[in-house]
Design a protein. Structure first.
Length: 100
């Protein structure tokens, strides 16, 4: 965790921030979220409010070569979430790009 510096082993016990791709442990995240007014406690960018905003952020980060964004966008294509049609070929391509 970038705040308390403890290792984050359990993915279920971490919060991912879409704006910067960083994670914090739940113990640090919850108090920070109540004081940041809709902005990331790590980079101070505003959180997306709609699926369209989320998709736009993920797409731009993935296009910039951010592996975490490529993976998350691939998950959304595989699941057909965020208003995307299920597209396993695009999902596979994004997963492969994230591995490079």
């Amino acid at each position: 965790c970038p705040i308390c510096l403890e290792p984050i082993f359990d993915v279920g016990g971490a919060t991912d921030f879409l704006c910067c791709g960083k994670k914090t442990c739940e113990g640090c995240c919850e108090p920070l979220m109540s004081t940041t007014s809709g902005t990331c406690p790590l980079c101070r960018q505003r959180f997306p409010e709609t699926d369209g905003e989320t998709l736009s952020i993920l797409s731009s980060k993935a296009a910039a070569g951010k592996a975490w964004a490529q993976c998350r966008l691939g998950i959304h294509y595989a699941a057909g979430s965020l208003g995307l049609a299920v597209d396993e070929q695009t999902a596979d391509s994004l997963f492969r790009s994230a591995m490079d």
